[in-house]
Design a binder for this molecule. Structure first.
Ligand code: PMP
Length: 407
């Protein structure tokens, strides 16, 4: 299907509402994306027609729910090109996926004196769990800095990697700066040093290439709600060899094989990592979101988003006193900025009065803010339904806000 942006916008009912008496301009997609009607319908259909607990069911509704849940696993497997359905584990989100790996991989493979590497570009959810596991296991926590353009300093990474490095965790795309990290190159560097790699794909899986086999990622994590699906569902992809070798993260129903007073044995993957009644409708909604994306040629979606992004850089760059952060070699979907003499929060509030939704603050990346020497930024972030008209609305709203503030 060729891209018809007006038609796409009609697929997302919320985009036609107004906010504060103005048409909504939604530019907070890095925080969460809006949902197409097909995703909303899939969720309503589940609760209306076949709500039931899954697995081990003997009745019709349970079988329907189980089939839909497992079909969703297959849709997700295909989308990221994993080898097997069993390499797809459902979690609450990226945060839980990373905590699962840090805890379980950490328990099995990170020993006192070992090293874990993350980067200064990480969201707190790909930073703090690694600090915690390093503290628990007596390992060293190392951080790759970024340079003045917002690119990772790969020469520093090269020096940090050693035969003590057990795992490197980094994001494919920075949620604060929009930097696209050269993931394949970084993963190869880590593998050459004998380290495993976790890719935080929360901001990349919906915007750029997302083939886990091509990347050769050992682990790959993302959140359903940032890729047009529901909240409360996320995905952890892990190579089978790692998942098989890792201990369970949580104990409970479904993750067991046999339980007795003497000893409990565990289920096979992915169920070993899915204790308790899962979010059943979450994967169903997420699969509907992926089906929606699959209606389009993904390269055309990327080209459209890039076109709007470049227009955004150009138009925002024309505003006096506005500083755009990050001039990274490769960029996607995010423009972070501040206007001289104005607090980011005040600007965000004034934009909201004009129906423009952006996010302000540290964006859960305090190490980035520290490196930039700021407390926070204003962040406009794009999705496939944004247009140059949204950028025009943002720019007009900023100019009006500046006038109101006497700038
Ligand atoms: N990593 C990145 C790069 C993110 O942008 C986010 C969400 N802002 C997360 C991790 C955490 O995702 P979630 O809150 O959905 O678990």
């Amino acid at each position: 299907m060729a891209i018809n942006i007006e038609k796409i916008r009609e697929d997302f009912p919320i985009l036609s509402r107004s906010v504060n008496g103005k048409p909504l301009t939604y530019l907070d997609n890095a925080a969460t994306t809006q949902k197409p009607q097909t995703v909303i319908d899939a969720i309503v259909d589940y609760y209306t027609n076949y709500n039931s607990n899954i697995h081990r069911g003997t009745h019709h509704l349970s079988n329907l729910a189980t089939e839909a849940h497992e079909a969703a696993r297959n849709t997700i497997k295909d989308y990221i090109n994993a080898r097997h359905d069993r390499e797809i584990i459902f979690t609450r989100g990226t945060t839980e996926a990373i905590n699962l790996v840090a805890s379980s991989f950490g328990q099995a493979f990170i020993k006192p004196g070992d090293e874990v590497i993350v980067t200064e570009l990480e969201h707190h959810s790909n930073f703090v769990p690694w600090q915690m596991i390093c503290e628990r296991q007596g390992a060293h926590f190392r951080v790759v800095p970024f340079d003045e353009n917002g690119d990772l300093q790969l020469d520093v990474l090269e020096k940090l990697l050693s035969d003590r490095t057990r795992i490197l965790a980094f994001n494919h795309v920075s949620n604060s700066l929009g930097t696209v990290n050269p993931a394949k190159e970084i993963i190869k560097m880590a593998h050459d040093a004998g380290a495993a790699v976790l890719v935080d794909a929360a901001q990349s899986v919906q915007h750029i290439e997302h083939d886990v086999q091509d990347l050769d990622a050992d682990f790959y994590a993302f959140s359903g709600h940032k890729i047009y699906g529901p909240t409360g569902i996320g995905v952890l992809y892990g190579k089978e060899k790692w998942l098989d070798a890792m201990p369970p993260y949580q104990g409970g129903g479904e993750m067991i094989d046999q339980v007795s007073v003497e000893k409990t044995t565990y289920n096979k993957i992915p169920f070993k990592f899915e204790a308790g009644t899962p979010n059943i409708v979450g994967p169903i909604g997420l699969a509907a979101a992926i089906d929606y994306i699959n209606n389009f040629n993904f390269d055309e979606l990327i080209a459209h988003e890039d076109d709007v992004l470049q227009y955004g850089f150009e138009k925002l760059g024309e505003i006096d006193g506005l500083k755009i952060y990050s001039q990274a070699k490769r960029h996607t979907s995010i423009i972070a900025f501040n206007v001289e003499g104005i607090h980011h929060y005040d600007l965000g509030t004034l934009l909201d009065t004009q129906g423009v939704a952006v996010r302000t603050g540290h964006h859960c990346t305090q190490p980035i803010m520290t490196a930039l020497g700021v407390e926070g930024t204003v962040r406009a972030s794009l999705a496939l339904y944004n247009t140059k008209a949204d950028i025009d609305s943002l720019v007009a709203a900023i100019r009006k806000a500046l006038k109101m503030l006497g700038k």
